[in-house]
Design a protein around this ligand. Structure first.
Ligand code: ZN
Length: 214
């Protein structure tokens, strides 16, 4: 549907230009929706502006409504978080610093579904990145063997973060393969957070009961 595609193009444009807080991004989307409703096109990139000039009043209302819904979706999924919305590398939806309260999410990578923003996916990406911030940057091993399969420290941390997601359908093949090969239970999660990969390896191989530190 044309109105949806145009609304998506307007969203993408905001996502390209804007870097900052969830609130700032939301505000910009709502402003843009207002501009579309009022037919203001001079702040819009030229090819999108041309589209807007040719849009019927009904189409403009539809586009504006979609942008408002995108702002709501962003707020619902990410509101109240201190993360930064910004452009990230291709194929990277989110980034976090281990053991620090630093999260970035790319607003262009949380789209899909019926509207512009897939709020469920956005929530899952935030839950995933939040888990990375709980994980220690220190670890007692860089590689472990679990039932004959080798896992890097990175794969173990990803396994821990993926456990926090409700859906994994949007993940890359690599991440889905980690999710399939490494089943993380709540005790494993604690060991991964602490970087106790040797204990995790022993537990997973059934070699010893692990006393969990608080
Ligand atoms: Zn991750």
């Amino acid at each position: 549907m044309a109105a949806h595609e145009h609304a998506q193009a307007l969203y993408d444009e905001v996502a390209e230009q804007q870097e900052g807080t969830v609130d700032a991004f939301k505000t910009r989307l709502i402003e843009r929706a207002q501009e579309v409703r009022q037919g203001v096109t001079d702040t819009v990139r030229s090819n999108v502006a041309t589209t807007l000039e040719h849009a019927s009043p009904e189409e403009r209302v539809q586009m504006a409504d979609e942008l408002d819904r995108a702002a709501e979706g962003i707020d619902q999924a990410l509101g109240g978080s201190s993360l930064t919305l910004k452009k990230l590398d291709e194929n990277v939806a989110g980034e976090a610093q281990l053991g620090a309260d630093v999260i970035c999410i790319d607003p262009r990578k949380i789209t899909g579904g019926d509207g512009i923003v897939d709020a469920g996916m956005a929530k899952d990406i935030l839950a995933h990145e939040k888990e990375h911030t709980r994980q220690s940057a220190q670890a007692d091993a860089q590689q472990v063997m679990i039932r004959g399969e080798s896992f890097s420290a990175r794969a173990l941390r990803e396994g821990g973060a993926i456990r926090e997601q409700e859906r994994i359908d949007f993940l890359s093949d690599e991440y889905r393969s980690i999710a399939a090969r490494l089943l993380v239970d709540s005790e494993d999660q604690v060991l991964i957070r602490a970087g106790r990969f040797r204990d995790l390896e022993a537990k997973k191989n059934g070699q010893m009961p692990v006393a969990l530190a608080a």
